[in-house]
Each structure stands twice: as C-alpha cells, then as structure tokens.
Write a protein that binds this ligand. Structure first.
Ligand SMILES: Cc1ncc(COP(=O)(O)O)c(C=O)c1O
Length: 392
C-alpha cells in the first residue's frame, strides 16, 4: 500500500516543471518506460545470451548493434555499458593505478572520481581551479611537473570534467589533453553532464576514455552509464580473463575482468537502449536548450542582489546562482523563512530546488519548452516583485 501511495506522489511530481540540477536529463522517454516494463524481469535480457556469452553480444534486444553505434556516436573505437559513471572510473583506475601511484584530478570533480582512485590505493593530486572556476592547460602542466618532482613519475591517469557539477562551467578538455599527452598521461573525459545532452566526440577532443552517466544524462534508469575507449586503450581497459580454476581447470571465455564479466543487465540497459534514438536526436538541439536557459538566467540576473556564479554567457544548462542579496534577504523576515521560495515555486508547479535554499543554489533548465522557460522566468520575477525586490 505504501509503495502504491508513493507511486501516486511521484506521478504528481512528474507533472511539475522540474529544475533539479541532477535529474532533468535522466528522465525516461516513453519508449524507455515501455522497455523497462517489458524487460524488467530479473534475467529477461540474459535469457537471450548465446555464445560467446557476453552482454554486449546479445542480439535480442539488439545490444550488440547498440554497443557498436554507441562507440561510433562518441567518436571512440569501442564502448561498453556500466552501472553508473563511477563504475567506469573504477574500471579505468583499476587498469592503470596501483598502490601509491599518483593520479591528477581537476579540483571541481565529483567525489566518485576521488574514490575510484582510493579503491586502488592510488594518491590524488588536484589541478587547482582558477579564480573564475576553470581547469586550465597551464595549471595542468604545472601540476604534472609537481607530480614528477614529488613521485619521480608522471601521473598514471588524469580526469577532466567537460562540464563540472558545481558551476556547470565548460573546461578546455582539448587543451588539457594536449598537455597530458605530451607527458604520455592517459586522459579520462568525464561527460556526465554532456554525453546524451550535447554532441561529444572523443576523437576530436583527443581523449583516451569517454565516460557518461545514463541516469544523469541519457534518459536511462539508474544505475547506468557508458565507458568508451580508443582502440589502443580498449585493449587494456576491456581486457578479457586469463583465469583458470586450479583444481577444476575451469576457464571463463571472453568475460571482461574490469567489470567482472557482464556489465549492465535488465531494466537499465533496455531503458538506455530504448531512449537512444531520441537521445541521439536531442543532442543536435542543444542550442535551443541554451536559448531556454538564457531566458531564466537573464530573468534571475535582473533581480537586484542576485549573482550568477557560473561563467556567463552560459555554455550549459546547469547554473549556480547566489541569491543571498535578494531572496535570502526576504527569507530573513518571511514567516516561512528560507522555505518561502520553494513553497512559492511549488504553488506555481515548479519543483526541484532544494527546500530552504535561498543563498547559493543550482538549477538545470534542460528539457524545457520555450513556453515553460518563459513561465519559470516570469514566476521568479513575480515572486521577487511580490516580496519587494527590485527588478531591472
Ligand atoms: C561530475 C560527476 N561525475 C560523476 C558522477 C557519478 O555518476 P554516476 O551516478 O553515474 O555514477 C556524478 C554524479 O552526480 C557527477 O556529478
């Protein structure tokens, strides 16, 4: 009964306009919803596994074809699906990092990047962010030199986020990669906020690995993600088992070691597969996403005391804003305190902003129509004016 009630509450949420920074690009397409229902039983995908007994060879549903298309779409030689971007980090780190090895990570990275190094007992060194919150090729070169001085070796791996989760800023991946490659350091491109949202071509960027998150940005169920690699790196990161049972002599075919055999089974893989045609189409429309984002960002910017903390003009739909000089001033004297903003938005059918957040918060406009963007922008302006804030 409780579960049924929760499902009803979820349906109500789904009819609202959602601004949640991490949810918007992971919402399922109707095709994915149908696929999840049809293929959701435990082993229903695996039921069709035939020789050589690996998930990415299954032909019904067409997973084999999907993996080939996925690699091509990302401009890489090979691709696999994984249960979340973090598992891709783990697979790559597990291939290259041993105890005590240094790894460079951009200082705006998500905690899962750090933990994927920790699990291998590697040591993280950070590339600092600039005053305007960017990771640059110059700082990368300096930190590689620092690592060489400290460890007597180059970093075993470098992680760079194309768009970081804190500011939604875009970083110079090509420049950072060029520097890393001068030192023969392999580069992992974190595309958690880009793969499935905007065009990504790993070959053009020059990176060794492309990682994406299905539940964050590919309209797929959790946990899901992708890991793609160049031909040279694919041989290393997707290596197959050489194990033999010492008593039984058992062997395990072409199962891949890094993901412990098969990767993404059941509902997550069929959901990702079913959304893929729409995801491929939607990345071509990123300009219109940015136009919608601008409508809302500019409205917020026009409220006196509000600062856009992300780079401006915006290059991504995830934006960080500081309203301590505007909405938070209202919150100080309002009877609902900080909750007045989420409550006022909620009454207008807008959800996804953390209740109580009136100082520094993030929002993501991805997937809205222009009409919805205009409505959200107007709602913010109305709330500002109703509460005595000046609008330019
Ligand atoms: C920048 C970034 N990288 C990686 C991750 C982890 O992604 P996943 O949940 O697919 O493992 C996240 C999740 O929030 C993220 O924001």
């Amino acid at each position: 009964m409780r579960c049924a009630a929760n499902i009803d509450a979820r349906m109500v949420e789904e009819t609202a306009i959602n601004l949640d920074p991490i949810q918007v690009a992971g919402r399922l397409t109707p095709e994915a919803m149908k696929a999840v229902i049809a293929w959701g039983d435990g082993y229903s995908v695996c039921d069709n596994c035939r020789k050589p007994f690996r998930l990415d060879y299954i032909q019904n549903p067409p997973l084999k074809e999907f993996h080939v298309e996925l690699a091509e779409w990302l401009g890489m030689a090979q691709a696999r699906t994984v249960p979340g971007a973090r598992r891709a980090f783990q697979q790559v780190a597990g291939t290259y990092v041993e105890k005590g090895d240094p790894v460079l990570i951009g200082a705006l990275a998500h905690y899962t990047s750090y933990l994927s190094v920790e699990i291998c007992r590697g040591i993280v060194r950070e590339i600092p962010k600039t005053a305007d919150n960017h990771i640059t090729p110059d700082d990368t070169a300096n930190r590689i030199e620092d690592v060489i001085r400290e460890f007597g070796t180059v970093p075993k791996l470098l992680y760079i986020d194309h768009v970081d989760y804190q500011f939604g800023n875009m970083h110079d991946v090509r420049g950072v990669t060029k520097v890393a490659h001068q030192y023969d350091v392999p580069v992992l491109y974190n595309g958690v906020y880009t793969v499935g949202v905007m065009q990504v071509n790993g070959k053009d960027l020059g990176v060794d690995f492309v990682v994406g998150s299905g539940h964050k940005s590919m309209a797929a169920p959790a946990p899901s993600g992708v890991l793609a690699a160049t031909e040279e790196r694919a041989e290393e990161v997707f290596r197959t088992t050489q194990m033999t049972g010492d008593l039984t002599g058992r062997k395990f075919g072409i199962k891949e070691v890094g993901i412990i055999g098969c990767s993404l089974m059941g509902a997550p893989i069929v959901g990702m597969l079913a959304s893929f045609p729409k995801v491929k189409a939607r990345v071509e429309q990123f300009d219109s996403e940015m136009a919608n984002s601008k409508i809302i960002v500019d409205a917020l910017k026009s409220i006196e005391g509000t600062k856009i903390l992300s780079e401006y003009p915006r290059k991504h739909t995830l934006t960080r804003v500081d309203t301590s000089g505007s909405f938070d001033v209202v919150a100080q004297t309002h009877k609902k305190r900080g909750f007045f903003l989420s409550s006022a938005l909620g009454k207008k059918g807008i959800t996804g902003i953390i209740p109580g957040a009136t100082k520094v918060w993030k929002f993501n406009t991805y997937g809205m129509t222009k009409k919805q963007a205009e409505y959200v922008a107007k709602t913010y302006l109305d709330i500002a004016e109703e509460n005595g804030l000046r609008v330019a």
